[in-house]
Ligand binder design. Structure first.
Ligand code: SAH
Ligand code: SF4
Length: 365
């Protein structure tokens, strides 16, 4: 954990209330500040104009408003994907990505700087672990991009331009925790962040529009099931037999498929949410007919959807993305077994939009 000071985004509402109480401030101030932060989304203390100057000064002295500093800001050549590499106060770095699809604005956020899980094909895993993010650092990534998305709307209003047809809704519509890090290895900060983001008197982001992706930390999936949140769960499966999966995702040695799949089943039946299985297609590794059949077997009877994505190449891994023919053959086996599946288009390759790839590229230069 970082030893630098908590930011205002790190505070729960009751923590803010007691801090203000300790300063003998009126009780309504907490609500006012909360609104500036999570409803009006201001990014400076000066903008909180309903607060007396001395209070603003004191807040600024005690709590930095945020801790993320954009370092590299890239737009993909098609203009639909934007990625920012943020520096944290201790110089750790994280990546956040905004993707626009038709009417959707999806932000993909990080939960850790680096990752300790060591998945062989993943740029973040290849870079190792730095530290857990605080709940405020998780929340702040979302607010940062929400402001950016809204700026587009304001610019249109000013110029009288018709809304950008590519993003009909100038709001974030979806939030995925699929950036750097393993969310369930930073469980408490994750839960705090989800609560703050979905807080009805604050940001009030719908939990059904949030997806948490995990490599398969089974005890934490079980614990998450007990939270009774309506959050979507994505599980990085990538292989349907233990030997292959363990060779790609070391965590499989600890939590093999025979414990992972029942935990997935329990989550789906407790929440009635359709689970996603993530599958990076790697030529001659996990795109074989045998793997497709084994996957169909695992997925049978489970409320799930398989998200196929051709491997994004990384420095530390030799495999190649599957060819179009092999992908089609793989999918036809799933289709024949009535396993819902879709192929995600690789987007933002030119800006290293894959997990952990921008930081890897940046470190090279
Ligand atoms: N740690 C979590 C979430 C972050 S990774 C997890 O593993 O689920 C987000 C997704 O990107 C995971 O499904 C991960 O397996 C996948 N991924 C990582 N490296 C990739 C690569 N090089 N190509 C395609 N997908 C990759
Ligand atoms: Fe970590 Fe997920 Fe990458 Fe595995 S795939 S190393 S769990 S970020």
């Amino acid at each position: 954990m970082t030893n630098s000071r908590p930011s205002l985004y790190d505070l729960k509402f009751d923590e803010l209330q007691s801090a203000l109480q300790g300063w003998s401030e009126a009780a309504f101030r907490a609500k006012q500040i909360w609104e500036w932060l999570y409803v009006r989304l201001v990014d400076s203390y000066e903008a909180m104009t309903s607060l007396p100057k001395p209070l603003r000064d004191r807040l600024a002295a005690e709590y930095p408003l945020g801790r993320l500093t954009p370092q590299v800001d890239l737009l993909s050549s098609d203009g639909w994907t934007r990625k920012i590499l943020f520096a944290l106060p201790d110089q750790a770095q994280i990546e956040t990505v905004l993707m626009e699809y038709d009417t959707r604005n999806t932000v993909c956020i990080s939960t850790q700087a680096g990752c300790a899980m060591g998945c062989t094909f993943c740029a973040t895993g290849q870079g190792g672990f730095q530290r857990n993010l605080t709940s405020g650092e998780i929340v702040e990534q979302v607010l940062f991009f929400d402001r950016e998305v809204r700026k587009g709307e304001r610019a249109n209003q000013r110029t009288g331009a018709s809304p950008d047809p590519r993003s009909t809704d100038h709001r974030l519509t979806n939030l995925v925790l699929m950036g750097m890090g393993e969310p369930f290895a930073n469980y408490h900060q994750l839960i705090d962040a989800l609560q703050r983001l979905s807080d009805p008197i604050g940001y009030h982001f719908g939990v059904r529009r949030i997806t948490v992706s995990t490599v398969g930390l089974v005890p934490m999936i079980e614990r998450f099931t007990q939270e009774h949140l309506q959050v979507n769960l994505a599980v990085s499966l990538h292989a349907a037999t233990n030997d292959l999966r363990a060779s790609m995702l070391p965590i499989n040695k600890r939590y093999p498929l025979e414990v992972l799949i029942p935990a997935c089943r329990a989550y789906a039946s407790a929440t009635h949410r359709r689970l996603s299985f993530e599958w990076a297609l790697i030529e001659n590794v996990n795109d074989t007919p045998e793997q497709a059949r084994a996957l169909a077997q695992l997925a049978k009877g489970l409320l799930c959807h398989v998200n196929l994505i051709p491997l994004n190449p990384t420095h530390g891994y030799n495999g190649a993305a599957s060819t179009r023919e092999r992908i089609a053959a793989f999918r036809s086996i799933l289709d024949a077994q009535h396993i819902p599946n879709s192929l995600r288009v690789r987007r933002g390759i030119d800006i290293h939009a894959g997990c952990g790839q921008l930081q890897q590229a940046n470190a090279d230069h």
